[in-house]
Design a protein around this ligand. Structure first.
Ligand SMILES: Nc1ncnc2c1ncn2[C@@H]1O[C@H](COP(=O)(O)OP(=O)(O)OP(=O)(O)O)[C@@H](O)[C@H]1O
Ligand SMILES: O=P(O)(O)OC[C@H]1O[C@H](OP(=O)(O)OP(=O)(O)O)[C@H](O)[C@@H]1O
Ligand SMILES: [Mg+2]
Length: 318
């Protein structure tokens, strides 16, 4: 089958082909009932039940394709969107619009130096060698340290301050942490989540350039707005369901107002009468991260039979 000929009448949706965001993205697609079969080694998959094609791309390239308008929707990290936007020529507006924070893929882009070295402050790296996969953000970061302005602010100014010392920034595509040990860099700018990779390489963080999570992005040039909205609503439903649980409990009617203050729900809690006249049953959505505290507080107001049920999917207002 000539897949490329099938693309023109489909909305194109880019997802990471590898790396840390991939599995969570595949789970989101499955939760959104986006059905596809990816052939071995093929980076394009036609969705069976919707006029959509999935394009599997490196997370770093997704903002470029979305910005060019070649791809309508995409999932990548905020760090990658920021890097793309920072690399645009001066005056060119980004065509990548962030639609929704997806909550996973949390990490920080940090300036790191050898733990046992002399460098304690990012300013000490000015004029030295820095290695990164995020050259545009790193150029901006050091331009600000060197001159007080970012690269684009300097270009727009009439009197661009010339730095006395220019930091030398080099690109590497992965294993950035090795650069200091190999003597290629005095410092690096790379992602940190648990900090395990950084510590294993004998490095420590001295500043944060950007904080990141995965985001759904859309092209400002999309001509498939209806499908973009449909997929956005489906993904939102899955994300909300992951964030909330349905909490149900019985409580004496006399304590109901105290209980509903603890579980106000998204709009309002559902309250139903029980056969016992002095008791009511309540159900309300509760944020997963607050569940344990909410259950403790409900017990304090004499609630019993407190149950938390996982949600598979949800459609609610924001
Ligand atoms: N350790 C991490 N924890 C959480 N999110 C991360 C981590 N590393 C990267 N990310 C997020 O995932 C995005 C893609 O990075 P990742 O390194 O997984 O992709 P890749 O470089 O394409 O894959 P690989 O490193 O396997 O070649 C990053 O831009 C960032 O948003
Ligand atoms: O703080 P941690 O939990 O240790 O995670 C951070 C590491 O994760 C990413 O690397 P990845 O696994 O993508 O390998 P790579 O360096 O080859 O890209 C990132 O580039 C860091 O090296
Ligand atoms: Mg990586």
């Amino acid at each position: 089958m000539d897949l490329v000929n099938h693309l023109s009448d489909r909305m194109l949706f880019a997802v990471p082909k590898k790396g840390r965001l991939q599995q969570a993205c595949l789970d989101l697609l499955s939760g959104s009932d986006i059905q596809f079969k990816r052939e071995n080694r093929l980076d394009i998959a036609l969705v069976k039940n919707l006029p959509i094609a999935l394009i599997f791309l490196p997370a770093a390239d997704i903002p470029t394709f979305v910005g060019e308008g070649k791809v309508d929707l995409g999932i990548t990290g905020i760090d990658q969107v920021a890097e793309h936007d920072a690399s645009l020529p001066y005056g060119e507006a980004s065509n990548v619009e962030q639609v929704m924070d997806l909550g996973f893929g949390k990490c920080k882009l940090q300036v790191q130096v050898p733990e046992k070295g002399d460098i304690k402050d990012a300013k000490d790296l000015i004029g030295k060698n820095v290695v990164t996969s995020f050259t545009a953000l790193t150029e901006d970061y050091f331009a600000r340290l060197e001159t007080g302005r970012t690269r684009s602010e300097s270009i727009s100014g009439t009197m661009s301050p010339v730095p006395k010392l220019k930091t030398k920034i080099k690109f590497v595509g992965g294993s950035v942490e090795a650069a200091c040990a190999l003597g290629v860099a005095d410092g690096i700018v790379d992602l940190v989540e648990s900090g395990e990779t950084m510590r294993a390489a004998g490095l420590c963080a001295i500043d944060t350039v950007v904080e990141s999570t995965a985001v759904l992005v859309k092209s400002k040039r999309t001509s498939n707005q209806k499908l973009v909205n449909l997929i956005t609503a489906r993904i939102k439903g899955v994300i909300q369901a992951q964030r909330y649980v349905l909490c149900t409990y019985n409580v004496p009617r006399s304590r109901l107002s105290e209980a509903t203050k603890i579980t106000p729900g998204k709009r309002a809690p559902t309250v139903t009468s029980l056969d016992e006249p002095d008791w009511v049953a309540v159900s309300a959505m509760v944020e997963k991260k607050e569940l344990a505290t909410v259950m403790d507080r409900l017990e304090d107001v004499q609630a019993t039979d407190i149950l938390a049920t996982a949600l598979i999917n949800s459609r609610t207002t924001a």
